[in-house]
Design a protein around this ligand. Structure first.
Ligand code: TMP
Length: 213
């Protein structure tokens, strides 16, 4: 499996706090001189990602397989498009994405079977670092309750399967040479942010640059 240097991903079930943590990281890195930091996310805010978001919010109805293909298409643009993940990480930026291939292997693996999810994503290289935000689905879903609309995967049975399935893939990534860390996402946002920071500090790009968070 090819690995993209300078690229880290945040993964976890819905409500595990990946999005909050990415904004906290952004704040922290604002005070650093180096490296140039690019935070990004999937589904993206491009046209394919927007279509995906509509399906997640139940505004349009798509077959699970169609959605699986759209996630892969969105990712292809995200990765290989102009100013995309590959281009930025290749020129020495630290790129951190809120979700990437593991989300498809887990969510679409559950929905459409592992074979389709794996084949649609087989061409994408792995990240250098993978942080898995681990939390009881019950607690995570409670965090989402205040939101105006729920999405198609935000229910307990599905999220239990998501948590289990992530754990099987973490081993696969470790074996492939990806640095995998399990973050206890039930801690406070500040505590989690510290854990995230210490994990990311181990990336070679962070060692090269003298950061002063
Ligand atoms: P978000 O809640 O992090 O914005 O992600 C949106 C939802 O999309 C979340 O339920 C996870 C799901 N998802 C997939 O099912 N497959 C994917 O490949 C990605 C990137 C997200």
């Amino acid at each position: 499996m090819d690995i993209i240097s300078n690229f880290a991903v945040f993964e976890g079930g819905d409500g595990s706090g990946t999005t909050t943590q990415l904004s906290l990281l952004k704040e922290r890195l604002k005070n650093s001189i180096k490296p140039v930091f690019f935070s990004t996310f999937e589904p993206t805010d491009g046209q394919i990602g927007t279509l995906i978001r509509a399906a997640l919010k139940k505004e349009i109805s798509l077959k699970p397989e169609t959605l699986a293909m759209l996630f892969a298409a969105d990712r292809n643009e995200h990765l290989y498009g102009q100013d995309g993940v590959l281009e930025r990480s290749g020129r020495g930026e630290l790129v951190v994405s809120d979700r990437y291939v593991p989300s498809s292997l887990v969510y679409q693996g559950i929905e459409c079977g592992d074979e389709l999810a794996a084949s649609l994503n087989s061409r994408f290289p792995a990240p250098e670092t993978l942080l898995f935000f681990d939390i009881e689905p019950e607690i995570a879903l409670k965090r989402l309750k205040g939101r105006p609309s729920s999405e198609i995967y935000e229910y307990r049975d599905f999220q239990e399967k998501v948590r289990e399935k992530y754990k099987t893939f973490l081993g696969m990534y470790r074996d492939a040479g990806v640095r995998v860390a399990v973050i206890d996402a039930s801690k406070t946002a500040e505590e989690v942010a510290d854990l995230v920071w210490s994990e990311l500090s181990l990336m070679p790009i962070m060692k090269k640059s003298e950061n002063t968070p």
